[in-house]
Design a protein around this ligand. Structure first.
Ligand code: DAH
Length: 342
């Protein structure tokens, strides 16, 4: 009888390794340990044994039962683990997997790319990023910038006036943010303001009604033209490389005195003269100057205490030069064949 019981255990151990799913495992367990199972049947025979022997066999029967339970439990755990892994496999999200149909995900507009690059550079020099509305008051766009209503300088910029809204214009430049920033933050001040501007242009490869500028301003005690040159040189070198120089030539802007027209060494010919720079060796990319006392006053800054410089980069122009874009109209076109290249 002892042999029979041991055989029972060996049979189970041999079979339990062969089952391939939980259902067959349960069936197998029932076959051995169930109410009508093999162990029960074997134990029925025990009844006929003498007391002493029954005790000994009973002990063996218990050991066999326990061994079968342990083997069963082990196998059950294996199946549970497999099941967990399987369902995990189904629910698994691979966050690094490229989006299905990801080729139509879009890209960052070249103007935004250059804008962000410049924002990084300026914030690293302690400038804040300021903002102003595109639909601007005549006052911020002109009057406060030392361009009174009758001033001929208003003619230099072909302004979009807004029908039915007196004194409101589509801002013609980002210089309007100069006044807004001074009033909001006071002096000392270091700010840049990138943004869209609008002019009533007859459009062609070089002219567009919508374009981007990046305005900048630095106000503090004792700020001079050499500070201005220093900062603009850093910008030029950042954009076009270490050997880049800048050239400042006098130019009239009502809101600065003196005002300059800013050029950088042509990055294509390195100053020798080529088609891009029209044989001059220089590329015109910004206007700048020392902030006019009237403008400081309008911004609530005392010109006897503070001075400062301001500059306006043609952001759109920088982008066209950087990427060799030959028609400005591509930039606002929304044409995917163009945009997908960036
Ligand atoms: N606002 C000028 C324009 O649109 C550019 C400019 C020139 C900005 C001189 C300035 C500046 O801040 O100082 O042509």
């Amino acid at each position: 009888m002892k042999k029979d019981l041991e055989q029972l255990k060996d049979d189970f151990l041999a079979l339990v390794d062969k089952v391939t799913d939980r259902e067959s495992l349960e069936t197998l367990r029932n076959e051995f340990l169930g109410r009508k199972g093999k162990l029960k049947a074997a134990m029925k025979e025990m009844a006929q044994l003498a007391d002493e022997e029954r005790k000994a066999i009973g002990k063996i029967a218990n050991e066999v039962k326990e061994a079968i339970e342990v083997a069963y439990g082990g196998q059950e755990e294996t199946f549970k683990k497999l099941q967990r892994e399987e369902s995990m496999g189904k629910e698994w999200i691979d966050v690094t997997q490229p989006v299905i149909g990801g080729e139509s995900r879009g890209s960052i507009h070249p103007v935004t790319q250059v804008q962000q690059e410049l924002e990084d550079l300026f914030t690293s020099m302690g400038f804040i990023i300021a903002d102003g509305p595109e639909l601007e008051s005549d006052y911020y766009n002109f009057t406060a910038l030392n361009i009174p209503p009758t001033h001929p300088a208003r003619d230099m910029q072909d302004t979009f006036y807004v029908e039915g809204a007196d004194g409101v214009v589509m801002r013609t430049h980002t210089s309007s943010v100069q006044i807004r920033s001074m009033r909001r933050y006071g002096a000392p001040l270091r700010m840049v303001a990138p943004g869209r501007c609008f002019r009533n242009e007859a459009t062609d490869v070089r002219h567009e009604h919508t374009f981007h500028q990046l305005e900048g301003m630095m106000i503090d005690k004792g700020i001079s033209l050499s500070h201005m040159k220093g900062v603009l040189e850093i910008v030029a070198r950042h954009l076009y490389g270490e050997e880049t120089h800048i050239r400042l030539r006098p130019k009239f802007y009502p809101f600065v005195e003196p005002g300059v027209n800013g050029e950088v060494t042509c990055f294509l010919c390195k100053g020798d003269g080529c088609r891009l720079c029209k044989k001059t060796g220089w590329l015109e990319v910004f206007g700048a100057g020392m902030v006019h006392p009237n403008v400081l006053r309008e911004g609530g800054v005392d010109p006897d205490e503070y001075s400062g410089f301001a500059f306006g980069f043609g952001l759109t122009r920088l982008v066209m030069l950087k990427y060799g874009i030959d028609d400005i109209r591509h930039l606002e076109s929304g044409d995917l064949r163009f945009l997908k290249q960036f």
